[in-house]
Design a protein around this ligand. Sequence first.
Ligand code: GLA
Length: 615
Amino acid sequence: MTRLSLLLSTCIAASAVLSTSALAATPPHFAVENGHFLLDGKPYVIRSGEMHYPRIPRADWRDRMRKAKAMGLNTITTYAFWNANEPEPGIFDFSGNNDIAAFVRTAQEEGLNVIVRPGPFVCAEWEFGGIPAWLLRTPGLRVRSYDPRFLEATARWFKRLGQELAPLMSTRGGPILMAQVENEYGYVGNDRDYMEAIRKQMIDGGFDLPLFMSNGPGPTWMSRGTLPGLVSVINFTGDAAKTERAFRRSAPMMEGMPRMAGEYWTGWYDRWSEPHKTRSTDEVTGAVGWMLDHDISFNLYMFDGGTNFGWMNGANNEADHYLPVTTSYDYDSPVDEAGRITPKYIAFRKVIGAHLPKGEKLPPVPASSPTVALPRFQLDESVGLLDALPGLSKPQTTLTPHGMEAFGQNYGLILYRKTLAEDAKGKLDVEDVHDYATVLADGKPLGTLERGKHEHELPVDLKAGTTLDLLVENMGRINIDPAMAEENKGITNSVLVDGLDLTHWSVYPLPLDDLSGLAFRKGGHPQGPAFWHGSFDLSKVAGGTFLDMRGWNKGNAWINGHHLGRFWSVGPQRTLYVPASWLRKGHNDVIVLEMQGGGSHAIAGLKDPVFSTGG
Ligand code: GLA
């Protein structure tokens, strides 16, 4: 018996749930034994592709899965996104695009297996790494740690998620083969009690199947937080030579285990103000060819990147530099953001097709998803955000500013208002700006403060009686430690003028999840942040489109009530993807929140996205 199978049996003996399947007369459908994954008793190479249920409109899940199968994949991997599924403490949402069980069942119907990575932390360039922002309402709570307040919340998550997924485990005839404990925990900690607590919560929730952890290659990351009985897989990218090195360096930690790239990165993600990222097709297909030559399992991260719709992009923190991720999560993946087949897809299909086990045949390539151009239309109705305030938010009062979490808000914008009791002359100092503030006096814009540029001061010369407004946008919480603990959004500490605190604020949370009450009118010329409305008609819905936001400055856009995400002239993303399923035959409504005055108030739909930096 190898080291791993010994370890696995130790784990199985320790778990009542697992011992039932271990004692069953028929061997489990999926197992890990003697250095192999076994499916129905035969060695099995997992050829997985990652796609995320909230990032792809539900109407397109099946289409993307068929494309995955036709590219030669046999498995779909998804994270489970805790913050999408538990938007408020104890209130769960598994409907519509959040229906992970339906996502898994669709994969099964398409003849695909599934791997689930339920967190609680997922990273994934997703808001706060998938952890609910409402946990920040508890001061001092440490996420991803043994903090009992965190573990109480994760226990509730795994219990509820288990109700959705337990019937879909391979131990019960479902397609879920394996599940991941935490995510790259080795990068941030070494607390085995924490990892053990998460594993136990998963097992208690019904994840009675092989469990694994994923980390960067090499003993340092892989050994940290590791538990007996967990399969250990590695996350990386690079050409065939680099892939070989990654597995060689990791070999001591994979002894007796099946070898697998838990995430092999097929492309990369974009951050605002940086050039668009791509990764060479030759390099990634060469690496996958090498893995197939060596019977190594893999998961292509991403197979179809999709979109960080709404407010759900994450952010990085590098050398104390805040770098938010764009709305597009195209990732230069084999299937693009609009569901189209790319040259990378065709190249992967060729390599995988050449390595198929005897008897397996690739289905024909499904049609690429169509995209259409839309003639330019005007958004000629508007309403200033400050004018619309009463219909959007109920103010709360506070002595000194606090982050939005203290006011029960998770995402969106938040406005801090004060009528000055005395003249204010000198430096206005906002600590800390999380993440982008527009400063207005009596409705006139004075300037902006951007966290990414470490901006926090503006010169002011204001008279008593002036209304000072600080409108702050949450640009996405950091999705990777260690900066996560301080990701409260809005103004997190204080506002000073010449060193003296401004106190007694009215605070207007602006989650902007219902814009139906906006009173638009034609011919207005709002000066500061404003909503713009326009519409277009379609004789039929023939495909998705990309809204061309060039000419606009910075803000958000909605179509037919769906929040498409953010635009920003700094690029690289200059267009916003609109899925076909969000368009309607006949009348279509577009609302844009533009943070700055001036610029264009028209939009065209394009067949292709535009990526460029520099205005
Ligand atoms: C890591 C994480 C993923 C993702 C990728 C980069 O591997 O596990 O969630 O963040 O990096 O895209």
